[in-house]
Write a protein that binds this ligand. Structure first.
Ligand SMILES: Nc1ncnc2c1ncn2[C@@H]1O[C@H](COP(=O)(O)OP(=O)(O)O)[C@@H](O)[C@H]1O
Ligand SMILES: [Mg+2]
Length: 341
């Protein structure tokens, strides 16, 4: 058992503060249940983040933050400077994944399909019709750097597009206008480069918006997804490539769209996915036989400093073994009975 003092960093100042507090409490309780010395470090409560972390005297940080200043590389950079190892991705991986525009540019560089899009700013509202041109409808409008579907809308005509852009631009200086893809939505869970499994997300009212994400009963989750096992494996492989393209490490969740035809698209990679006991990554992990507390411990064991460190040869070579035992072959290929969770 680790004698290190583990700080669970939660809260923060982003639009996802409340979700982060729930993630943090779940993780803290789970780690305590396994005997870890845990301290809850709530950020964004008046004190500067570095002061709150310093005062907590922690040896390692479990990041339970979501969104801006938590998931985008800023906290990661602060912890690098303080010499405190942390869970999840490096400064660069975090920043790339959080920036929907830069992430899409990386996907295109790596031949990872992502829905067609263009970028719009406040100034573009004056010439919107010309900018949109023959792009067509419907489209999805989203801020460049938010999560949890904050500021995200669907638009079916120029009027809705304008309204959608105004709302997205309330959250960011740049907005993405993306072709709406009618598809089955699949999220893939990955831990240290190993695919844990996939889950199908079925919002009852259509769009997987903030309310569909966080209101119990508004979305059905089915795992494994109702697509052919060979295709599921292809989707998992694509998710893993997307995470690698951004240099994402540790635990992550990749959101994808799988069309009825041949196409699969990566929407985004979440480097600090929701980790409440009922969040999607824990659901995927439980289906693969790894319970919530074991998942939290496995993530904690991956905590590291990235800047200036020699590259890790492989996660399993360096990391102490926990009670969690799984191999890629055990996980990605198993197809336990399908269920709605
Ligand atoms: N191009 C698209 N076509 C269809 N649905 C989309 C598209 N982009 C986003 N969505 C829907 O909106 C949700 C949130 O979008 P996403 O890009 O994952 O941003 P967020 O960071 O807010 O989760 C997705 O889970 C999906 O249901
Ligand atoms: Mg998403």
């Amino acid at each position: 058992m680790s004698k290190r003092r583990v700080g669970v960093l939660m809260g923060g100042t982003s639009a996802e503060r409340e979700i982060s507090l729930r993630t943090g409490e779940g993780v803290a309780k789970a780690l305590e249940s396994r005997g870890h010395d845990v301290v809850r470090v709530a950020l964004g409560a008046g004190k500067p983040a570095d002061q709150a972390v310093r005062e907590a005297s922690i040896d390692v940080a479990f990041l339970a933050l979501h969104g801006r200043l938590g998931e985008d590389g800023c906290i990661q950079g602060m912890l690098e400077m303080m010499g405190i190892p942390y869970t999840g991705s490096s400064v660069l991986g975090s920043a790339l994944a959080m920036d929907k525009l830069k992430a899409k540019e990386m996907f295109r560089l790596h031949n990872i399909p992502t829905p067609p899009y263009y970028v719009a700013t406040e100034a573009d509202l004056l010439e919107l019709e010309a900018l949109h041109g023959s792009f067509g409808f419907p489209v999805i409008v989203k801020p460049r750097g938010e999560g949890s579907s904050v500021g995200l809308t669907m638009a079916n005509d120029l009027g809705e597009l304008r309204a959608g852009l105004e709302s997205a631009l309330d959250h960011d200086r740049f907005a993405l206008v993306e072709r709406f893809v009618k598809a089955t939505e699949v999220h893939v869970g990955i831990l240290d480069g190993r695919v844990l499994g996939a889950i199908e997300v079925v919002p009852k009212k259509g769009l997987y918006d903030y309310s569909a994400k966080y209101t119990p009963g508004e979305t059905e989750y089915i795992l494994p997804p109702r697509i052919a096992p060979t295709r599921t494996r292809g989707v998992m492989n694509l998710a893993e490539r997307a995470a690698r393209a951004l240099g994402v490490t540790g635990a992550c969740r990749v959101d994808l769209l799988v069309t009825e035809g041949e196409n699969e698209y990566v929407l985004e990679v979440n480097t600090l996915p929701g980790m409440t006991p009922t969040s999607l990554l824990p659901k995927i992990s439980a289906h693969a036989g790894i319970d919530y507390a074991s998942l939290c411990e496995a993530i904690l064991e991956g905590a590291t400093l990235h800047a200036g460190a020699a590259p890790r040869r492989s996660a399993s070579e360096e990391r102490p073994q926990s009670g969690v035992t799984f191999r890629k072959s055990d996980l990605a290929l198993v197809q336990p009975e399908r269920k709605v969770v």
